[in-house]
Design a binder for this molecule. Structure first.
Ligand code: ADP
Length: 867
């Protein structure tokens, strides 16, 4: 800002005025309108450090001037020059003038323009106010502030102040760093407290109030730092009072003392630990002056020796307590201590109670200023128990090793360091290596390369978890062959319950493993075979419950495997056949006989198929009955063929019946017509026709019966009748047309049955015609009727060709004809089949006793009923 030029009227008494100016303690000088110095006083010359040349030096008496900031200022830029050249007066600006000796002064020039009466500029007058002193004190203040900051920084101190009137608080950068906050703005005392640990807020607040009264604040508190561990700070503060003695401000510092705190607590802890250790170890302490041989001993020390504090033993007495055999040992330890400063001995002493005890002594030598040993400090410990425990342990180890080495299993043991340090004799014999070779990880070299990693993994995991483990791997035997080993390990614990490694028993399971492999292979083979077989396969247990069906049966029925077990497999079997099949199984398995049944079952696609199930009993290793095993074959196609065939038989037989009946009728008519004639040829011819027609009738009847049986259209017309009467009738009918054989009837008993008379007659008829047919060389047939409590039995015995016992069952099968003789005998092999079906339908039994060449006895038995 510029001031308006001021007009100065020179005093009239110029001389007087000049005097005053000259002696004024303020530098003053004048210039003409061109800037040449025209006058100056002494103070000005003193300030400049030189006398300017009047009329020659321009603007200022100093040769060099500077801006406040130290940069050089041209003389015609100085305030005097500006005032004269531009008529402007600059507001008091500070400049620096330099003396020829280099000294500098800070001055503030106050130039004034001088006008004449006509208002023309004639020159200017300048007053220079020397402010150097002021500046210096200012600088000192800044400097001291800087020093303070440096001191704070060096001491890693953060600074703070609180205005006790407004409550406003300010903190330094360093303060914020210590506290772990980037900035702490708008602080108040209350806000500040929030940075502190909850537990320290209250006490700090109390201390703060105390400090307002007492003047000093000293406190340690914890600071909550964002995302960092709590830090400890030491807070120091001082209260500032005004003239009235009222508190107005508190200034202070903070220091991070976290480390000290830690170190201190660590120190405390160490000391504490040491005490605990000494107590726990029950150490006695001692001190011996090596010059005077005077010793001092702790209470515990004396206790260890069996002495009391009152006894005050001297060094020599204590030496006497050392076991004579260990004295030399002790002396050697002292000698060593004199050399290297450390005393260490374990020896026996003779306790006050005369018992021998082990003690362990340790000590350290201290030296005087000349370096001569002066005293020794140390501890002793009673190690008798330790020694004993160690000895016990060694003994038990020995015992263990002895037992382990005799054990027939391979044993290894590992320690808490994870390494294997024991292998028993069985192991070493197996691998053919030495304990040294096997120890640590040596044994792993014998493990099959493919198994090493797995073994290590299992072991490492078990080691971590300290848990039992079982691992099977291949181990090289002494002969180079890899054998499968089953390794069962359990963790070991010492008496105090700490984990000390593992112990394991191993067995060579190679044979077993191979066997299992074989078993698995077999099983696979079995599975494959059963599942590729084009038949259903099944097995039951001894109780008749299904426990296996193969895939084919599952596929056929669409019933999931798990639903097949027990009697589930029967679900797809059609209702009418299921019961029959089941009963068949129950009956035949009770007798351990071959089981066989045909039934219809529903397939997965809903279609109905015929199955033939056949099974045989099987037995376990000990020979006990274990169940049935069998197959189901799909016989649908065969069944369809049979049905077609039966239909054909039925139709054919039916069609044959009519012409045969009419042949028979004509033959009988002719026989009646020519009965009186003497033409023997005619008569015998007609008789033969009649015979053949009868045979044919029987055959046709058989075929018809057969097709009826097969198509399940076989009906019984039951009535109650006396068996004997029927037998008499049939025998006399047959005898009538038989001239080759004589039928002897032994028919003494009377028995009632409920049966289809015609069909039973058919069975007996069948037996008799067979007996005649198959005993061509004989002439006698025996028919017998016998009975017991429940059944009546009818048997027909001949002395004919007989039947091989192996074929006894088969001859009751459809179309089966026995022996090689069949080529000499005509027949279809259906008579006995039909007979068997008839008897079965009557809940009766049919059978044969026979030997080749000796004849046969055919029989059937029927249940007797009340008349
Ligand atoms: P077929 O006599 O028509 O051959 P069967 O069903 O009546 O048919 O008899 C079946 C088989 O039993 C005969 O083929 C024969 O081998 C044998 N057989 C039946 N009865 C006797 C018997 N009394 N003596 C010897 N073999 C017999």
């Amino acid at each position: 800002m510029l001031q308006h030029p001021v007009t100065v009227n020179l005093p009239t008494d110029a001389i007087e005025m000049g005097k005053i100016l000259r002696n004024l303690p303020v530098a003053i000088y004048t210039c003409d309108r061109n800037g040449y110095i025209t006058s100056y006083n002494e103070s000005a010359a003193e300030l400049w450090g030189r006398t300017p040349k009047l009329g020659k030096d321009k603007w200022c008496g100093s040769m060099k001037i500077y801006h406040k900031d130290g940069s050089e200022m041209l003389l015609d830029e100085c305030p005097m020059a500006i005032a004269l050249q531009r008529g402007e007066i600059a507001e008091s600006i500070e400049i620096i003038v330099e003396r020829p000796d280099g000294g500098r002064r800070n001055v503030i020039p106050h130039p004034q323009i001088i006008f004449d009466e006509s208002g023309q500029i004639t020159g200017a007058i300048n007053t220079l106010i020397d402010i150097t002193e002021v500046k210096e004190s200012e600088g000192a203040l800044i400097e001291s502030e800087q020093r303070l900051r440096l001191a704070l920084d060096a001491g890693k101190l953060g600074a703070w102040s609180v205005d006790l009137v407004t409550g406003e608080a300010i903190t330094s950068q360093r303060h914020q760093e210590i506290m772990g906050y980037e900035e702490m703005t708008d602080l108040t005392r209350d806000k500040y407290l929030k940075y502190m640990h909850h537990d320290d807020r209250k006490t700090l607040d109390v201390k703060f109030y105390d400090a307002i009264k007492n003047g000093d604040l000293q406190h340690e508190a914890r600071v909550l730092r964002p995302g960092k561990p709590v830090c400890w700070i030491k807070i120091d503060g001082k209260t500032i009072y005004n003239e009235k003695g009222e508190p107005v401000k508190m200034l202070g510092t903070i220091l991070d003392i976290t480390e000290q705190k830690k170190a201190f607590s660590a120190l405390e802890e160490n000391e504490h630990r040491l005490n605990i250790a000494i107590e726990a170890a029950e150490l006695g302490t001692w001190e011996l002056n090596l010059k005077t041989r005077e010793g001092s001993y702790s209470k515990r020390y004396l206790e260890i020796l069996g002495l009391t504090a009152e006894e005050r033993p001297v060094h020599e007495e204590l030496l006497n307590m050392i076991h004579p055999e260990d004295l030399a040992l002790r002396n050697k330890a002292v000698e060593t201590a004199m050399q290297n400063g450390i005393f260490d001995v374990e020896m026996r002493i003779i306790h006050k109670d005369r018992s021998i005890r082990w003690i362990k002594g340790r000590g350290k030598v201290f030296y005087d200023e000349q370096g001569n040993p002066e005293r020794m400090l140390g501890t002793i410990m009673d190690t008798t128990e330790q020694k004993r425990a160690l000895k016990d342990l060694q003994e038990s180890e020995e015992r263990f090793k002895m037992v382990a080495n005799r054990a027939p299993v391979m044993i290894w043991m590992s320690g808490s360091d994870k390494f294997f340090d024991f292998f028993n004799a069985s192991w070493l014999n197996f691998t053919g290596k030495t304990l040294e070779q096997e120890s640590n990880e040596g044994w792993l070299e014998g493990v099959h390369p493919d198994d090493v990693e797995r073994c290590q993994q299992v072991y490492n995991e078990a080691f971590e978890a300290k848990e039992n483990f079982h691992v099977v791997y291949r181990l090289k035997r002494h002969d180079g062959q890899y054998r499968w080993i089953s390794d069962n390990a359990v963790p070991r614990y010492s008496a105090d319950g700490s984990f000390v490694g593992f112990i394991s028993a191993c067995m060579d399971v190679d044979d077993e493993k191979q066997f299992n492999q074989l078993l698995q292979d077999r099983e696979l083979l079995f599975k494959t075979i059963t599942n590729v077989a084009p038949v259903g396969l099944w097995m039951t247990n001894a109780r008749g419950e299904n426990n296996f069906v193969n895939d084919i049966w599952v596929k056929w029925t669409g019933l999931p495997l798990e639903e097949q077990y027990g009697i589930g497999w029967m679900r797809p079997v059609l209702e009418p056949d299921a019961e029959y099949t089941y009963n068949q199984y129950i009956q035949q398995s009770a007798l351990r006989e071959k089981f066989s049944a045909e039934f219809r079952f529903r397939k997965a696609d809903g279609s109905i198929s015929w199955g033939l199930s056949e099974g045989f009993p099987y037995y376990d290793n000990k020979g006990n009955f274990a169940g049935y095993a069998g197959s189901v074959s799909d016989i649908t196609d065969r069944k369809k063929d049979e049905i077609r065939k039966n239909e054909f038989f039925a139709v054919a037989s039916h069609e044959l019946k009519t012409p045969i009946t009419s042949i028979k009728a004509y033959a009988q008519l002719l026989a009646a017509t020519y009965s009186k004639a003497n033409d023997n040829f005619l008569k015998s011819g007609l008789s033969k026709i009649d015979n053949q027609v009868n045979k044919m009738t029987k055959l046709i009847a058989d075929f018809l019966n057969l097709s009826k049986i097969e198509s399940d259209k076989f009906q019984l017309n039951k009535e109650i009748f006396i068996v004997n009467e029927l037998v008499n009738e049939v025998v006399s009918d047959i005898q009538l047309v038989t001239d080759t054989h004589h039928i002897i009837l032994d028919n003494a008993v009377i028995a009632h049955v409920s049966a289809d008379k015609e069909k039973i007659a058919q069975v007996l008829n069948n037996f008799l015609t067979n007996a005649i047919k198959y005993s061509p060389q004989q002439n006698e047939i025996k028919v017998q009727v016998t009975f017991d409590e429940h059944e009546v039995a009818v048997s027909v015995a001949d002395k004919g060709i007989g039947i091989n016992p192996e074929e006894h069952d088969k001859i009751f099968e459809r179309f089966y004809r026995a022996g090689s003789n069949k080529i000499y005998f005509s027949g279809f092999g259906i008579g006995l089949y039909i007979s068997a079906e008839i008897i079965k339908k009557h809940d009766g039994r049919i059978g044969v006793f026979s030997k080749e060449g000796e004849g046969s006895v055919f029989y059937f038995k029927l249940p007797i009923v009340e008349a």
